[in-house]
Design a protein. Sequence first.
Length: 62
Amino acid sequence: MNFGNNGLWGILVLIADIWAIINIAQSSASTGKKVLWIVLVLLLPVLGVIIWFFMGPRSGKV
C-alpha cells in the first residue's frame, strides 16, 4: 500500500476531524453551538480544526 504524501495528509486530517468532532460533542456548549462547530469542521476540514482548537468550546471535564 503506497499512500504517498497526499494519502498520509488525508488520513491525518481525517483523524484530526474525528477527534475534534468527538471533543465538540462532549463539550458543555449548547446544542446549537455544537452543531455550528461540527458543521464548520466538516465543511473546512483543515481550517475548521485549527479554528476550533484555538476558539472552540472546551470540554466540561477539568
